[in-house]
Design a protein around this ligand. Structure first.
Ligand SMILES: O=P(O)(O)O[C@@H]1[C@@H](OP(=O)(O)O)[C@H](OP(=O)(O)O)[C@H](O)[C@H](OP(=O)(O)O)[C@H]1OP(=O)(O)O
Ligand SMILES: Nc1ncnc2c1ncn2[C@@H]1O[C@H](COP(=O)(O)OP(=O)(O)O)[C@@H](O)[C@H]1O
Length: 310
């Protein structure tokens, strides 16, 4: 039985009669081919990626497995429509924490229509894309209150994230305590999720090494999707010998990939470098907590919690 994904954090959703992705519960994620040539562009990208002799096999592991296209009833009841059949990156996970990070200071491809350029540049400027080279598109964090309890800020709230919000959410994402404006993220899972030989930073460094030389593709508006389960990360954090947290890191959304034409993708590469720096800061200084921690330290020193509004 096909249904709307339970844990989707960004993008178009198959809800309220809208066109969006479907999952079969057996490990496949079906993304409907979008109009304006975007769907065709995404199929062309996957086909090229998985058949290109110059793409190293280890790089393919950073992408969802691609199983061609399949015509399925569209979620908006518009009838049969081709869908990309991709590995469901959340398969087998009951309580996933996930974050979608859209990479690149600019999300619009060269030569795109003027109205699309205008729409994108406004979002790039108003979000952290221009300032940081990436922005948060959506996030969900499992709440310690229960396996089925999640903290998921609204799309509107995420759209307003500024630099300090991004810094904070990257800490909250790897914290065992619940996200709260009044509580410093404890970053207890940072070394298990971001660190270690299989952690996010090691994977990002491997991906970055490829982007330093690959000139085949330019990825506009694509995202890094991070997924893990807190139970596994807590178990990994408790092990001395560095057990893996099982974090999954994949790139998604290739509706605006262009040919690289022999030039490196400096837009995407710059965003990756910036993200690496932000995550390294979390790993190297798990005690720092942005604005909240400064408030807490001050309040401890003079004992005036009320004066500081905490
Ligand atoms: O229309 P919006 O404002 O929801 O924009 C969508 C984006 O939402 P966001 O900027 O994150 O709020 C959306 O971003 P996310 O996937 O949510 O990160 C996509 O960029 C989408 O375009 P496309 O499917 O990649 O071609 C964008 O959709 P299009 O309007 O370009 O179809
Ligand atoms: N292969 C996948 N498996 C599981 N979830 C996915 C997969 N691809 C995308 N998603 C989910 O869907 C969201 C939007 O995906 P995306 O490809 O960016 O769609 P759109 O083109 O509508 O923006 C992601 O943030 C993630 O939550």
């Amino acid at each position: 039985m096909l249904k709307s994904p339970e844990h989707q954090v960004a993008g178009h959703r198959a809800q309220d009669g809208q066109l969006g992705p479907l999952v079969d519960g057996c490990g496949i994620f079906y993304k409907p081919l979008q109009g304006d040539g975007r769907g065709d562009a995404e199929v062309a990208f996957y086909t090229s990626l998985f058949s290109h002799p110059a793409v190293p096999p280890h790089i393919l592991s950073f992408f969802p497995g691609f199983h061609g296209t399949l015509v399925l009833p569209a979620s908006d009841a518009s009838g049969p429509r081709p869908h990309l059949a991709l590995d469901d990156l959340l398969a087998g996970l009951r309580s996933p924490s996930l974050i979608d990070l859209k990479i690149g200071g600019r999300t619009w491809p060269p030569d795109c229509p003027e109205d699309y350029f205008q729409k994108c540049i406004v979002k790039d400027r108003e979000s952290t894309s221009v300032a940081l080279g990436f922005r948060v598109s959506g996030v969900q964090i499992q709440d310690p209150a229960g396996a089925d309890a999640f903290w998921r800020p609204s799309r509107a709230a995420v759209r307003r994230y500024m630099v300090e919000d991004v810094r904070r959410v990257l800490r909250q994402f790897v914290s065992a305590n619940p996200p709260s404006p009044d509580q410093k993220p404890d970053c207890a899972l940072a070394s298990a999720v971001y660190g270690g030989p299989d952690g996010v930073l090691a994977q990002l460094m491997e991906l970055k090494a490829w982007f330093e030389e690959q000139t085949l593709f330019h990825f506009y508006s694509a995202s890094v999707l991070l997924v893990y389960e807190k139970d596994a990360a807590v178990a990994a954090a408790g092990q001395q010998a560095g057990k893996s947290s099982g974090v999954r890191m994949k790139l998604v959304d290739f509706a605006h990939v262009m040919e690289g034409q022999g030039v490196i993708d400096h837009n995407f590469l710059g965003g990756l470098c910036s993200l690496i720096k932000f995550m390294s800061d979390v790993l190297n200084d798990p005690e720092a907590g942005g604005r909240e921690s400064i408030k807490v330290q001050l309040s401890c020193e003079d004992g005036s919690l009320e004066n500081l509004g905490i």
